[in-house]
Design a protein around this ligand. Structure first.
Ligand SMILES: [Zn+2]
Ligand SMILES: [Zn+2]
Length: 600
C-alpha cells in the first residue's frame, strides 16, 4: 500500500463551521491528508478550470449533493438528505447547505438526479426554491418518486422535468454537454453521467454495483467498455463499498436463497427490507407468485413505491397477487407473505409496530418466519439486535443477511471498483459518497490499480473544491459553507447549534428549575424557593441536597447589592452560574439550570 508522502496537510481551514467543529475530532484534522497540490507553475487565472465541490455526502453516507461550475454555468448532481445522528437529537433530517448558490441561482442550468434513494432526492422539497427551481434531468421512475414526495409538501413549488434515457446526450448549457447511461443499483432506472466539460470528460455513475449472473459473469459491461473508449479526464466513483473485499454478490444468488426459504416454510413469511429496494421487492413478489402466496404490504412508503414502479412497468405483478392487509385473516398461513419496512429497527416502521403489538392486523406468532433482507447500516446495530431478540422471544424464526445470502449491497466493493477503474482509465480519480476512511481506501485502490499519483486522486471534504484544468487537479483553499441545515418538524434551518447544545445537555444531565418569588419593594423572599428536577436527581431521595440548595439561594439573594435588586436579568444570570457551580461541586454533574423569577 502506498503512503501519501508527498501530500501536504492543509492549513487550518479558518472559520470552520459547526459541523466540522463538533463532528470531526480535533486529531483528525492534523492527520487529515487532504491534498493541497502545488500549482507547479500553472497559472490558473489564464487557464480554463472547472470547479467541482460537494455540499454533502463526502463526510457521511447521506445528503449527497455535488456541483460542477464553469464561468457562469453550474450543473448540480443530486439533492439528498441525511438521517439524524447522536449529536443532533430530535432532528428529523439534515439537508445540504445551499448558501453557496444564494447569488448564483440564475447560473444553475440543471439539477441531475441519479436515482430515487432518499440520500439523493430527499432534500428536493426543501431546497428547490433556494436553487431557483432549475430543470430536473432524470429518468421516468425517479421523476415519479420525486413527485410522490413533493405531494407531501403543500407549499413546495411545481417542478420542471426533462426525462432522460440511457444513451441520450443533452447540451445542457453552452459549456456542459451530458451523456446519460444506465447503471446497476438496487432501484431501477438509476442513471450515470458523462459530463463533457471544457477541460475534458468527467464520469460519475452515482451509486452503482456490477450485476453478476448465477455463474458469476458480470452483466451489461458494454456500457463501461464504451466509456473506456472515450478519453476520460476524471472518474468519480462512490466509496461506500471501498473497504469491503471481493465482488458484489449476485442478486440471482439472493433470489435463490430466498426461494429456498419459501420452499421449506409452511407458516407465514414476513420480509422486512427498505421501501426503496425496488429490485429486491420485485424478485420477492415473483417468488411469492410462484409459490402461490398472497402479498400483503405494510408501510406507506413501500406501498407507494411499489405502486409507482408498477404503473411505470418496472414491476410486473399479477392482479390477484397483492391483497389488502385488512383481509389477511381470511387466508391460511401458508398463503401469506407480508412485505414491510423496518429491517434497521427503525422505531416508527412497520416491523417495529408488529413486534410491539401496535400493528392493527399483524402480530408475530409461533411458526412465523421473518427475513431481514438488508444489511445493517453502521450505527443501527443495537436497534437491529433488539429487533432480533424480540422476534425470537415471540417465537418467530429469523433469517438475516449475516446468516444466509438474502441481501446483496447496491454499492460496488473493492474488486468491482477496480474493474470499473481499469476499464475507464481516467487521468484523475476522485472518490465520493462516504466517510473519509472509505474515500481514502477508494483513492488507494485507484493509486494501486491505475498507477496514479496521490495528486491525481484528490480526496476532499464537503465544501472543499477541486479546480480541474486540462492537466491538473488542484484542491482550492476556498471554503464553501457546508454546516448542517436541520429540518425539525415544519422548521427548516431554524434549529441551530444553541438549540442542539441544549438538547444534548438535557439528554445527558437533565434540568433543574428554580422558582424564586420575591417582594418587588424589598427584594426579599416571600417564600422558600421551589426546586423542580427533571432527569437530574430524584429530589425526594435527596432532601439534604435540596435543603442545602435552598439555603444557598437565600444567601445568594440576600447578598445582592441594593442597586441590582430590581435587575431580573442580573439575578437570573447569577443564579444560573452559582447554582450550576454548587450542584457540580456536590454531584459532579452539570444539569441545565432554569431560574424563574416571580416578583409580586
Ligand atoms: Zn447513496
Ligand atoms: Zn442508492
Amino acid at each position: 500500500m502506498r503512503t501519501n508522502t508527498n501530500i501536504k496537510t492543509l492549513p487550518p481551514r479558518g472559520k470552520r463551521t459547526y459541523e466540522s467543529r463538533t463532528r470531526r475530532p480535533s486529531f483528525a484534522r492534523s492527520i487529515k491528508p487532504a491534498v493541497k497540490i502545488e500549482a507547479r507553475g500553472v497559472n490558473l487565472d489564464s487557464e480554463l478550470t472547472v470547479k467541482f465541490a460537494a455540499l454533502g455526502g463526502l463526510e457521511e453516507v447521506g445528503r449527497n449533493m455535488m456541483f460542477f461550475e464553469y464561468g457562469d454555468e453550474i450543473i448540480i448532481i443530486d439533492a439528498g438528505l441525511q438521517f439524524p445522528e447522536e449529536t443532533t437529537p430530535g432532528i428529523d433530517f439534515i439537508i445540504p447547505n445551499t448558501s453557496y448558490f444564494e447569488n448564483k441561482k440564475k447560473n444553475i442550468r440543471a439539477l441531475i438526479i441519479t436515482h430515487g434513494h432518499l440520500d439523493h432526492i430527499g432534500a428536493i422539497p426543501y431546497i428547490m426554491e433556494k436553487l431557483g427551481n432549475p430543470v430536473i434531468y432524470t429518468t421516468a421512475l425517479n421523476k415519479a418518486m420525486i413527485i410522490r414526495r413533493q405531494e407531501e409538501f403543500s407549499n413546495a413549488p411545481k417542478l420542471e422535468f426533462e426525462i432522460v434515457k440511457n444513451g441520450e446526450t443533452r447540451q445542457i448549457s453552452k459549456n456542459f454537454k451530458v451523456e446519460f447511461f444506465s447503471t446497476a443499483h438496487t432501484i431501477p432506472d438509476s442513471i450515470g453521467v458523462i459530463l463533457d466539460t471544457p477541460v475534458g470528460k468527467m464520469v460519475h455513475p452515482g451509486d452503482f454495483r456490477i450485476d453478476y449472473d448465477i455463474e458469476g459473469n458480470p452483466q451489461n459491461m458494454d456500457t463501461w467498455e464504451k466509456i473506456g473508449k472515450q478519453k476520460i479526464h476524471t472518474l468519480l466513483l462512490e466509496s461506500t463499498g471501498a473497504d469491503k473485499e471481493g465482488h458484489s454478490l449476485s442478486e440471482r444468488i439472493v433470489e435463490a436463497e430466498i426461494e429456498k426459504i419459501f420452499k421449506k416454510v409452511e407458516g407465514r413469511i414476513i420480509i422486512a427490507t427498505f421501501a426503496s429496494l425496488l429490485n429486491r421487492l420485485s424478485e420477492i413478489i415473483k417468488i411469492a407468485e410462484k409459490y402461490n402466496r398472497k402479498i400483503f404490504i405494510s408501510g406507506f412508503s413501500m406501498k407507494a413505491n411499489i405502486q409507482i414502479a408498477q404503473n411505470l412497468g418496472y414491476m410486473k405483478i399479477k392482479k390477484e397477487t397483492v391483497a389488502p392487509l385488512e383481509e389477511i385473516n381470511k387466508y391460511r398461513d401458508d398463503k401469506i407473505v407480508v412485505l414491510c419496512t423496518g429491517a434497521q429497527g427503525e422505531s416508527n416502521a412497520s416491523l417495529m409496530r408488529i413486534i410491539n403489538g401496535e400493528h392493527k392486523q399483524i402480530q408475530i406468532k409461533k411458526g412465523d418466519t421473518v427475513l431481514l433482507s438488508s444489511s445493517v447500516i453502521p450505527g443501527n446495530e443495537r436497534s437491529v439486535q433488539i429487533l432480533l431478540d424480540d422476534i425470537a422471544r415471540q417465537g418467530g424464526i429469523i433469517y438475516h443477511s449475516r446468516m444466509v445470502d438474502i441481501h446483496s449491497s447496491g454499492h460496488a466493493p473493492q474488486e468491482d471498483l477496480k474493474i470499473i477503474m481499469k476499464m475507464v482509465k481516467p487521468k484523475f480519480y476522485t472518490p465520493v459518497h462516504g466517510y473519509y476512511f472509505m474515500r481514502w481506501r477508494n483513492a488507494q485502490l485507484a493509486q494501486e490499480s491505475l498507477k496514479l499519483k496521490p495528486e491525481e486522486t484528490p480526496i476532499v471534504d464537503n465544501g472543499q473544491p477541486i479546480l480541474f484544468s486540462k492537466n491538473s487537479a488542484i484542491v482550492s483553499e476556498e471554503i464553501i459553507p457546508t454546516y448542517y441545515v436541520m429540518v425539525d418538524g415544519l422548521g427548516v434551518g431554524d434549529v441551530g447549534e444553541v438549540v442542539l447544545r441544549d438538547r444534548r445537555a438535557l439528554a445527558q444531565e437533565g434540568m433543574v428549575v428554580v422558582i424564586a418569588t420575591l417582594d418587588r419593594r424589598t427584594g426579599h423572599f416571600l417564600k422558600n424557593p421551589d426546586i423542580i428536577s427533571r432527569g437530574f436527581i430524584y429530589l425526594k431521595e435527596n432532601k439534604e441536597l435540596v435543603e442545602d440548595l435552598r439555603k444557598k439561594i437565600r444567601l445568594m439573594i440576600s447578598r445582592i447589592p441594593r442597586q441590582q435588586q430590581m435587575d431580573a436579568d442580573y439575578i437570573k444570570g447569577m443564579m444560573r452560574d452559582q447554582i450550576s457551580q454548587f450542584l457540580y461541586n456536590k454531584t459532579k454533574r452539570r444539569p441545565m439550570i432554569l431560574p424563574v423569577l416571580i416578583e409580586v
